[in-house]
Write a protein that binds this ligand. Structure first.
Ligand code: COA
Length: 164
């Protein structure tokens, strides 16, 4: 990868439109999922930032490259979930997603987390996404058949951040 001249910056509400555009531009998400992202970001700025929800944009000196959003799972001890990880379509496959994931893991550890769960779809389209999680040390922990839609299963990935 090229020299690292990018930074993770905390989310502001002025970033929302651009983040929604980045997500929509990947071609991965259905319209209602893109709408859900906007709602997640609105709720984050309204109140969820007070409940340990975290969001960061990855940017270099020219543009926004991608973003992550993660949160502790309610009613658990040290369990966190990655809600969103997205890299601009034309910048994928250059290590940016891996860089953001590592930053998330370090932050979760710092905040007392011990395990990170990630959910994604079983659709063909998400093959590369599933490979990405496996590549970065996540294991497929569960498969919830028909969760998202008939024939579209929820794939649950897990990584221990501390020795168990
Ligand atoms: C999944 C995603 C965040 C990964 O980020 P990335 O910067 O592309 O991934 P990295 O460069 O760090 O890692 C590359 C590895 O991820 C996988 N991968 C996933 N998407 C890829 C893509 N579009 N191009 C190349 N590799 C991709 C490959 O296994 C690759 O490893 P390999 O080259 O050894 O096969 C990004 O591709 C993306 O935004 N995808 C669309 C949205 C999405 O699925 N988000 C997750 C659900 S919320």
């Amino acid at each position: 990868m090229e020299q690292k001249s990018f930074a993770m910056i905390p989310l502001l509400d002025i970033h929302t439109d651009e983040m929604v555009e980045i997500a929509a531009g990947t071609g991965f998400f259905k319209e209602h999922e893109v709408q859900a992202l906007r709602e997640v970001l609105d709720d984050f700025h309204k109140e969820n930032h007070e409940y340990e929800h975290k969001g960061y944009l990855l940017q270099d000196d020219r543009q926004k490259l991608g973003f992550v959003y993660y949160a502790p799972a309610p009613m658990t001890e040290g369990t966190w979930q990655l809600w969103w990880i997205v890299v601009q379509k034309e910048l994928q496959g250059k290590g940016l997603g891996g860089h953001m994931l590592k930053e998330v893991e370090n932050d979760v550890l710092k905040l007392g987390g011990r395990v990170l769960f990630i959910e994604t779809s079983s659709q063909e389209k998400y093959e590369s996404t599933r490979k990405f999680y496996l590549k970065y040390g996540y294991n497929l922990e569960a498969r919830l058949r028909g969760f998202y839609a008939a024939g579209d299963d929820m794939m649950v990935y897990r990584k221990s951040l501390k020795p168990e």
